[in-house]
Design a binder for this molecule. Structure first.
Ligand code: HEM
Ligand SMILES: *[C@@H]1O[C@H](CO)[C@@H](O)[C@H](O)[C@H]1NC(C)=O
Ligand SMILES: *[C@@H]1O[C@H](CO)[C@@H](O)[C@H](O)[C@H]1NC(C)=O
Ligand SMILES: *[C@@H]1O[C@H](CO)[C@@H](O)[C@H](O)[C@H]1NC(C)=O
Ligand SMILES: *[C@@H]1O[C@H](CO)[C@@H](O)[C@H](O)[C@H]1NC(C)=O
Ligand SMILES: *[C@@H]1O[C@H](CO)[C@@H](O)[C@H](O)[C@H]1NC(C)=O
Length: 484
C-alpha cells in the first residue's frame, strides 16, 4: 500500500516536472503556464474564456501562449495577422482536433470521409437553385408555425413568453422541417435538442457531473432515434437535404450506426446558431427604440403589398443588415483553432516573427479582437444599430486598426477554409423571421424597463452566445397587417 502511494506520488511529481519545465525560448510568444501544473488555466478558461483572454491580452499583448489542460495554446489577437494562421495548410491542421471534438460530443467517427469532400457536398446545397428552394421552404414553414398553429393567433389577446425560447423554438422547428422534412415530431426533436445543447459545452470539456452525464447520453440516443433515416418519409417526390446527405454518407462508406450519428451533428451545426441570433437581434431592437424605429421605417418603405415581388430579393435592406452585423459582432463568439503539426515561424503584421512549436495549438478568438476591440470599434460594448452604415445608407465595411484597413473587422461566420457554409441561408432565414414578426405581430416587453439578460459565459468559443435567463415579452396578432 505504502509502496503504491509512493510510486503514485513519484509519478505525479515527474509529470509535474515535465509539464512545468517548459520555458519560453527566444522568439517564442510570452508564456503563461498558470499556477496549477498540467491544468494551467483550464478552469478560468472554461468558466469565462472572454474574461480570461482579455486579462491575458492586457498582460501580454496580441500574442501569448497559455497552458490549458495539458495543451499549450498560442492565442493570436491581432486581426491584421490572422491570415498568417488561416492561410497555412502545411504547418497547421484543423481536422485532427475537430475529429477529437466530434468523438467527444457526438460519439462520431467518420474515418473514410475527407473533410474537403463533405464541405464540397455541403456547399452545393447552400447555393444557387438549391438555396433558393431552401429559402422558400423556410419562409413557408415560418409562416405556418407562427400564424397557423399558434395560440397567439388572436388579435384581442396577448400571449406571454420568453423571447429566447420563442425565437429558438420557431427557428429551430422551421429549419428542421426545411432540411429534415420529417413533419410530425419537430417539437419533440426541439425539446430533446435543447436538453442536449444545454450540456454540450460540458461534454466538450469533459466536465459533466454524474447525473448530467446520464442525461446527455440518453438525450443523444433519443435524438439518434428521432433523426434516424429509417423513419424517413420516403414518399415525398423531391429529395430532402437529409435524404441527400444520407445518400452521400452511404456513398462515402460510413456504416449504418455512424450515418445515424452524423445526423445529430448536422442538426446541431445547422440549427444551433440561427435561433439565438434572432433572439439577440429582436432583444436589441426591443431595448433600443431608435433602432426599432429605424428598422420599421425601412420595412414600411419596402413594397410589401405586391405579392409578385419577393420583398427580400427586390429591395436592399441596409438598416436591417447593419443591425444584424452589429448583433453578431456582440454575440457571435467562434474560436478558430489549429494544431501545429510542423514548427512554424508566424510573421505578424508588425513584422515581428514568432516561433510556434510543433504539438502546440494556435487559436484565434475574434470576439475579443476585432469584434470587441476599442481600437477598431468605438465603445465596443454598446449596441449601435448604424455602426455598419455609411452616411449614404450603404454598407460600411471600412474599419481600421493602427491606420491599416482591416480585412477582418467582424468574424461571426468564422474564416478561412471552414467559414460557415450556410451563411446566406442563415441571413435569409433570420431576415424572414424578423420581418414576419414585425409585420404580423404586436410585440413588447412585459416590463418596459427590462434589460437584456447577461450572456452565459460558458459558451464562449462555441458559436452564438446564449443568454443566462430570458427576456419576458408579450405579443398578439395585428388587426391589420403591415400597420406598424
Ligand atoms: C447566425 C447563424 C449562424 C452563425 C453565426 C454560424 C456560424 C458558423 C461558424 C462560425 C462556423 C465555423 C465553425 C468552425 O470554425 O468550427 C460555421 C460552420 C458551419 N455552418 Fe454556420 N452559422 C450559422 C447558421 C448556419 C445555418 C443556418 C446553417 C445551415 C443550414 C449553417 C451551416 C454550417 C455548416 C454546414 C458549417 C460547417 C462548415 C465546415 O465544417 O466546413 N450555419 N457556422
Ligand atoms: C492569404 O490568402 C489571401 C487569399 O488567398 C491573400 O489575399 C493574402 O495575401 C494571404 N495572406 C498571407 C499573409 O499569406
Ligand atoms: C443542388 O443539389 C444537387 C444534389 O441534390 C446537386 O446535384 C446540384 O449540383 C446542386 N446544384 C447546385 C447549383 O449546386
Ligand atoms: C435567399 O435569401 C437571401 C436573403 O434574402 C438572398 O440574399 C439570396 O439571394 C436568396 N437566395 C436565393 C437563391 O434566392
Ligand atoms: C412522432 O410522430 C408520430 C406521428 O405523429 C407518432 O406516432 C410518434 O409517436 C412520434 N414520436 C415521438 C417520439 O413522439
Ligand atoms: C450555461 O450554459 C451551460 C452549458 O450550456 C449550462 O450547463 C449552464 O446551466 C448554463 N447556465 C445557465 C444559468 O443557464
Amino acid at each position: 500500500m505504502l509502496w503504491t502511494i509512493f510510486l503514485l506520488l513519484n509519478g505525479l511529481l515527474i509529470l509535474v516536472l515535465i509539464y512545468s519545465s517548459r520555458t519560453r525560448q527566444k522568439n517564442e510568444p510570452p508564456l503563461d503556464k498558470g499556477l496549477i501544473p498540467w491544468l494551467g488555466h483550464a478552469l478560468e478558461f472554461g468558466k469565462d474564456a472572454a474574461k480570461f483572454l482579455a486579462r491575458m491580452k492586457d498582460k501580454h499583448g496580441d500574442i501569448f501562449t497559455v497552458c490549458v489542460a495539458g495543451h499549450y495554446v498560442t492565442v493570436l489577437l491581432d486581426p491584421n495577422s490572422f491570415d498568417g494562421v488561416l492561410n497555412d495548410t502545411i504547418c497547421l491542421d484543423f481536422s485532427r482536433s475537430k475529429k477529437q471534438l466530434l468523438e467527444k460530443i457526438f460519439c462520431l467517427q467518420l474515418p473514410s470521409i475527407k473533410p474537403t469532400a463533405e464541405r464540397k457536398w455541403m456547399e452545393q446545397h447552400f447555393r444557387g437553385l438549391n438555396l433558393s428552394k431552401l429559402n422558400s421552404s423556410m419562409s413557408v414553414h415560418l409562416q405556418n408555425l407562427l400564424l397557423s398553429d399558434q395560440k397567439c393567433c388572436s388579435p384581442s389577446q396577448w400571449t406571454k413568453d420568453g423571447l429566447f425560447s420563442l425565437c429558438y423554438s420557431l427557428l429551430f422547428r422551421a429549419g428542421y422541417l426545411t432540411l429534415f422534412e420529417k413533419q410530425e415530431n419537430a417539437s419533440v426533436v426541439y425539446e430533446e435538442f435543447r436538453k442536449f445543447d444545454h450540456l454540450l459545452t460540458k461534454l466538450a470539456r469533459c466536465s459533466l457531473k454524474r447525473g448530467e452525464s446520464q442525461i446527455a447520453t440518453l438525450s443523444r440516443e433519443r435524438l439518434w432515434e428521432l433523426l434516424s433515416p429509417n423513419c424517413l418519409n420516403s414518399e415525398s417526390e423531391s429529395k430532402s437535404w437529409q435524404q441527400s446527405y444520407h445518400h452521400f454518407l452511404q456513398q462515402e462508406g460510413a456504416d449504418a450506426e455512424m450515418q445515424k450519428r452524423a445526423f445529430l451533428l448536422q442538426l446541431w451545426t445547422t440549427q444551433c446558431n440561427a435561433g439565438p441570433s434572432a433572439f439577440w437581434l429582436l432583444g436589441f431592437l426591443l431595448t433600443h427604440p431608435e433602432a426599432m424605429e429605424a428598422v420599421k421605417t425601412e420595412i414600411r418603405g419596402l413594397n410589401l403589398q405586391n405579392p409578385h415581388t419577393d420583398p427580400l430579393k427586390a429591395h436592399n435592406t441596409p438598416v436591417f443588415d447593419s443591425v444584424l452585423s452589429e448583433t453578431l459582432r456582440l454575440t457571435a463568439a467562434v474560436m478558430i483553432s489549429r494544431e501545429v503539426v510542423q514548427d512554424k515561424i508566424l510573421r505578424m503584421a508588425s513584422g515581428q516573427e514568432y516561433h510556434l512549436r510543433r504539438g502546440d495549438r494556435v487559436c484565434l478568438f475574434p470576439f475579443l479582437s476585432p469584434q470587441n476591440d476599442p481600437l477598431i470599434h468605438q465603445q465596443p460594448e454598446s449596441f449601435k444599430y448604424d455602426r455598419f452604415l455609411n452616411e449614404d445608407m450603404t454598407v460600411r465595411d471600412k474599419f481600421y486598426k493602427d491606420g491599416k484597413r482591416l480585412k477582418y473587422h467582424t468574424v461571426p461566420w468564422g474564416a478561412g477554409r471552414n467559414i460557415c457554409v450556410g451563411k446566406d441561408f442563415a441571413v435569409s432565414a433570420i431576415k424572414q423571421f424578423v420581418f414576419l414578426f414585425l409585420t404580423h405581430l404586436d410585440l413588447e416587453l412585459c416590463d418596459p424597463e427590462a434589460k437584456l439578460p447577461p450572456v452565459n459565459t460558458s459558451r464562449y468559443g462555441f458559436g452564438m452566445l446564449q443568454p443566462d435567463g430570458d427576456l419576458q415579452i408579450r405579443y398578439r396578432l395585428k388587426r391589420t397587417q403591415h400597420e406598424m
